[in-house]
Design a protein around this ligand. Structure first.
Ligand SMILES: [Zn+2]
Length: 273
């Protein structure tokens, strides 16, 4: 996603990185994808395999920390780049969990590389294992229609996949399912309802409660600017030229990608999705 910048800094995205965030709670990073990994005396919980090569390496890294099997796999959402590659965990008996609206979408993988879910939920589901708890909340449409908000209430850990990309104005081609109006609602519900002191992004190397709030401000500032322009009768094309968010000009991709976000926000307001 930002390979050239990181290569210049000597960062190798293919190298697996397991970072301990809390007791037994880890972020596994590889190929610009992050998984939450929770290790307990009764088994392991992971999110998003994100491809066969990555899940195999993740399995190896988990084995360095525990002999316990992976018992639960959580799909944050339906997109195949996150959900493919879970067979290695299925083979050791893991149970696959996701929001119910993902089921039909996950079944559409023409290459059949997505392990189909065993458990689905509607509004809320708690994954409990070995004294750890990972809650899944469905707050409505987001990036796609079946995004789970991942939260550990006791460990105060929050994970936002695809809707939380701190410090990064994402590439235009990744915005096709990005429901900006809904994502602002998600941010507001999370900020009002969930307690957390540790944050993971699905893709960015690191986040924090401060970075999460800054990301919310970016979303809100974009909404406010586009909304105001629409009220003044400006077209989407005019807004793409005119809207500037100087508070975020230091964000990666700001200059090249902001117009596409203005456009997506405009259609999101226009269509409601
Ligand atoms: Zn993603």
């Amino acid at each position: 996603m930002v390979a050239s910048v990181n290569a210049a800094q000597g960062f190798d995205p293919s190298k697996p990185a397991m970072t301990e965030l809390k007791d037994g709670v880890y972020q596994y990073s590889q190929f610009f994808y992050n998984s939450l990994v929770v290790i307990t005396d009764e088994g392991v919980i992971v999110t998003d395999p994100s491809g066969e090569a990555r899940s195999k390496m993740m399995r190896k890294e988990i084995s360095k920390l525990t002999d316990q099997p992976v018992k639960k796999v959580i799909y944050s959402h339906d997109h195949f780049d996150h959900s493919r590659g879970g067979q290695i965990f299925k083979d050791e008996g893991a149970e696959f969990i996701t929001q119910e609206k993902c089921t039909e979408l996950l079944s559409r993988d023409l290459e059949a590389r997505v392990v189909q879910p065993d458990i689905t939920y509607k509004d809320h589901y708690s994954v409990k294992l070995g004294g750890k708890q990972v809650d899944l909340h469905y707050y409505g449409p987001n990036d796609g229609d079946c995004m789970s908000i991942i939260h550990m209430p006791t460990d105060q850990v929050l994970m936002g996949v695809d809707w939380h990309l701190p410090g990064y104005v994402n590439e235009p081609y990744r915005l096709t399912a990005h429901n900006y109006v809904a994502i602002i609602n998600t941010f507001e519900r999370v900020l009002n309802e969930l307690e957390f002191d540790t944050v993971l992004s699905g893709h960015m190397p690191a986040s924090s409660p401060e970075a999460f709030r800054e990301d919310y401000r970016f979303n809100k500032a974009l909404f406010d600017a586009v909304w105001k322009g629409m009220q003044e009768g400006k077209t989407t094309e005019e807004l793409k030229e005119a809207v500037r968010l100087p508070e975020f000009s230091h964000w990666r991709g700001y200059k090249e990608n902001l117009p596409a976000h203005v456009e997506r926000m405009s259609y999101s307001i226009w269509h409601g999705n």
